[in-house]
Design a binder for this molecule. Sequence first.
Ligand code: PAF
Length: 282
Amino acid sequence: MRIIKSANPMQKYSNRLKATNNSVGFVPTMGYLHEGHLSLVRRSLKENDKTIVSVFINPAQFGPREDLAKYPRDFKRDENMLRKIGTDAVFYPTAKEMYQKPYHTYVDVECLTDALCGRSRPGHFRGVTTVVAKLLNIVNPDNAYFGQKDAQQAIVIEKMANDLNMNVKIKTLPIVRETDGLAMSSRNSYLSKKERGDATVLHKSLLLAKTMIRKGERSSIKVINMMKALVRQKNVSQIDYIAIVNPETLKPIKTIHGQVLIALAVYIGKTRLIDNLKLKVR
Ligand code: PAF
């Protein structure tokens, strides 16, 4: 497995692969890998001749009061996991290399980034789309893989790729969960034992919503209120949002019908966790 630390050699490697008729799959990550990331890598290995994974904690997507400095990192561990499953190359650049000073160019997807996580994390998606656009330009893959856990991120990236006529297929794969339902996330490593137990309430509230809707409830507000009540039973500092939205526009839905995305962000102690569920309602 190659480890490539600069954009120029990465571009050359990818160009060589393309010139020799290899399809390239790409999985961008911020490291501290878990089964969720590995499920993306495995799918890429299956669907492409070569798979490239990036490990880059992107400063541009962290707000001034967010956890950039303490975001978990362990490149040796990531490297071993990626080697073991057969990754062809890892792109592991520094922030200095990715944002060479003076840095002036950003990618901004409008509208879709105002709601949900965008509301409480201003500038976050601008950082995500900027780095993903840069990574796609550097790696030049045929397919790029993202997780459904970051539902809004996946929608925003797909919109960016379409709007900017990027020559890549964006693929969004299902959430991978722990056995008790908690969605896998690098941030789960921040949770104390007690908080780890409380954190299952995100998934439980989604299951509650699903049951209510399956039994015929069609009022978003009623479903959201029941979810809120369930979440508040736990040692939760703050509900950031619980929303039922159209999965394409991310606009809130009053009466539940058709395709809906139920999404929430909750602080368990100091750790902000997100989860979501997509449902088709007749
Ligand atoms: O989902 C993530 O880990 C990040 O937002 C991404 C897509 C790697 C961009 O930094």
